[in-house]
Design a protein around this ligand. Structure first.
Ligand code: CTP
Length: 131
């Protein structure tokens, strides 16, 4: 059984997230998603529209996701990899190179992001008055 883990905020769940999760699940048998808590987002300088509980609920409803856990701090990854017997840490390539230090614990993979969609862009577009 090959276990994959990923981390993120996943606010305003969109098709870029779904495509990433589908490709992550295809890397193995079990996909764990660590979802940033609202407190951790504040540390990252992010403010999610949906609460942590709401974002968890949406990810749990996604067929590609087997387990959702909380991401509460930057340093938890090594402990998570050991606790869940993770084979592969994978994340979008906006994080290219950032997690190479995990290579001594598991495989590290960066996947190409889906073009032309992001939570930030959706928020900006919705704020603009329609013409
Ligand atoms: N992701 C992706 N393709 C996109 C958007 C996100 O593959 N178009 C991936 C990211 O690379 C990350 C995961 O989805 O691994 C969660 O990203 P997140 O930052 O929550 O989503 P974004 O839409 O990038 O949100 P933001 O604009 O707030 O950064």
């Amino acid at each position: 059984m090959k276990t994959i883990i990923t981390y993120g905020t996943f606010d305003l769940f969109h098709y870029g997230h779904v495509r990433l999760l589908k490709r992550l699940k295809a890397l193995g048998d079990r996909l764990i998603v660590a979802v940033s808590t609202d407190e951790f987002n504040a540390i990252k300088g992010k403010a999610a529209f949906f609460s942590h509980a709401q974002r968890v609920e949406m990810l749990q409803a996604c067929k590609h996701v087997d387990l959702v856990i909380a991401e509460t701090h930057w340093q938890q990854k090594i402990a998570d990899i050991k606790r869940y017997n993770v084979d592969t840490f994978a994340i979008g390539n906006d994080w290219q190179g950032s997690f190479d230090f995990l290579k001594q614990y598991c495989e590290v993979v960066y996947l190409t992001r889906t073009q032309d969609v992001s939570t930030t862009d959706i928020k900006v577009d919705l704020r603009q008055p329609s013409e």
